[in-house]
Design a protein. Structure first.
Length: 138
């Protein structure tokens, strides 16, 4: 079980992560990852103290939420998939920068996926979501 401070609960938190985060789908899962904005060391500092709204976000722990729809299966299947994903994310949450928000959405294929396959899919999706965006050439 994730600690209360590490769980997403409000729909606004889920919506912010899904709308503003990087999306990456691999196999049976899709992840939406929102990483905190780091302060740019090249920006000049002023002697006046300025309130930074992102400072509160950076100081909090990384949080995760799960979306397992009825398309995955009945309640027993959905809860089994959610428990597996929660256990996998608990191990990987410490690797994310503080203040990150992660939403893991299970696809219908997650119902038949084994625990190692879910782990592989989650790792691959997180790696893509964490990598810097490459510019597309037209």
């Amino acid at each position: 079980m994730l600690a209360a401070a590490q769980r997403l609960r409000r729909s606004t938190d889920f919506a912010a992560a899904v709308r503003g985060g990087r999306r990456a789908g691999r196999g049976a899962v899709v992840v939406h990852l929102t990483m905190p904005v780091n302060a740019d060391p090249s920006t000049p500092t002023s002697p006046q103290p300025v309130r930074d709204d992102n400072a509160e976000l950076i100081s909090v722990a990384s949080r995760a939420g799960f979306v397992v729809s009825k398309a995955v299966g009945n309640a027993v299947t959905r809860n089994r998939v959610r428990r597996r994903l929660r256990a996998l994310v608990r191990e990987r949450l410490v690797d994310l920068p503080p203040g990150s928000t992660l939403v893991v959405r299970a696809l219908p294929a997650a119902a038949q996926a084994s625990y190692p396959r879910l782990a592989t899919d989650l790792d691959a999706a997180l790696a893509v979501a964490r990598s810097p965006r490459e510019r597309r050439h037209r």
